[in-house]
Design a protein around this ligand. Structure first.
Ligand code: SF4
Length: 364
């Protein structure tokens, strides 16, 4: 899962039926309450879901509203990794070594911005400080940008225990890609998916977007048709919301190039119809899965839960987010880490919790 900016819940793509982007008066995180929440989790020896944010990207996508750092110099990732190690230590000290990790997510940014060595070191760090003994038999996912991954990297990730890929492919139309500054050819997606299937990743999720500049109904349909041919286990539709005052990179998008609300609604309806016809099940607005996906199986068992960190098939599990802008939900308390790199660095370097804002708790 990608870290959303403060005041915006992670599971809020803004589609009908989904929680809209929330902008409550931001409440500062209460670090004493967080310590108590960790203690309750530790005493109950609750299982954990780890959510690690690796927020670097080589280029800015103009639609992006996430906590991320655009950097050409890849050595910056090493400094980040060093501090992330400190945060991992600080947080793990609050928990019991017996608490078993049942889910692991590497989100971004672009996790594969990090070198093979750095990704391997990160996994070693996590294994040193958390109980990852159930790996590779847990749901372990990594966010993938097809422009930033090759066969060798996917092979490495598979070897490190990852079994699920979450791939961002907003559109396959070159006109749209130019308008959003994300040139990502069909061949890159095809190579990534071919490698992923060959390496036997259990589940592949693809995120597409509606409401992008220069996007027509025709190009939206073509994108979906091409993606459906790969039968990914999950397809998520998110809708672009133009908020250039709030997200400065969106100022690079020409308002006049955006599709009208009617076309976006038609695209959404058409997508839902196509996906249902292709055997997908709608778990929530914008999220469709094939029956073999773990989330579909959890839904079938009546065991689907919404947490501040997203939809989960695990019950009684605490979400531990680490890294810039990461979201946690522990013992019923939810918070988000600082999204400004300097604030996050300062807190982590002092071995403090990086939590900055309290979030509304998502439970059901
Ligand atoms: S790769 Fe993802 S996080 Fe990075 S700028 Fe693009 S959308 Fe944002």
């Amino acid at each position: 899962m990608h870290a959303a900016l403060p005041g915006q819940t992670a599971a809020s793509p803004g589609l009908p039926g989904m929680p809209r982007l929330r902008r409550p008066a931001l409440q500062l995180a209460d670090h004493l309450a967080i310590r108590r929440a960790f203690k309750a989790s530790r005493l109950a020896v609750r299982p954990l879901a780890l959510n690690i944010q690796l927020p670097f990207c080589a280029n800015p996508c103009f639609f992006c509203n996430r906590c991320r750092i655009i950097a050409k110099d890849r050595s910056k990732a090493n400094d980040y990794l060093r501090l992330l190690g400190t945060e991992i230590q600080t947080v793990s000290k609050q928990l019991d070594p017996c608490q078993q990790v049942r889910q692991l997510r590497l989100g971004g940014g672009t996790p594969t911005f990090f070198s093979h060595r750095a990704l391997t070191q990160l996994m070693q760090l996590l294994q040193r400080h958390f109980n990852l003994s159930a790996l590779p038999d847990i749901d372990a996912s990594v966010a993938i940008d097809p422009r930033e991954v090759d066969w060798a990297t996917l092979d490495l990730l598979r070897g490190l225990g990852f079994n699920r890929l979450s791939i961002m492919q907003p559109s396959l139309d070159p006109r749209v890609q130019t308008a959003i500054n994300r040139l990502q050819g069909d061949h890159q997606l095809a190579e990534c998916l071919t490698a992923a299937r060959t390496l036997r990743f259990h589940s592949i999720g693809i995120d597409i977007m509606a409401g992008l500049p220069e996007q027509s109904l025709h190009s939206f349909r073509q994108t979906l048709d091409s993606i459906l041919a790969w039968r990914p286990e999950r397809i998520r539709l998110t809708r672009y919301h133009h908020q250039p005052q709030r997200y400065p990179t969106q100022q690079r998008i020409n308002r006049d190039s955006l599709p009208c609300a009617g076309d976006i609604a038609t695209a959404q309806t058409w997508l839902e119809h196509q996906l249902r016809a292709a055997g997908y099940q709608r778990l929530q607005a914008g999220l469709f899965v094939l029956p073999q996906d773990p989330l579909a199986m959890a839904a079938e068992d009546n065991n689907l839960h919404r947490t501040a960190a997203g939809l989960s098939g695990l019950s009684n599990c605490d979400d531990i987010g680490m890294g810039l802008g990461a979201i946690s939900q522990v013992s019923g308390l939810a918070w988000q880490n600082a999204c400004q790199l300097a604030s996050w660095q300062q807190r982590v370097a002092r071995s403090q919790f990086a939590a900055q804002y309290q979030l509304p708790t998502e439970v059901d």
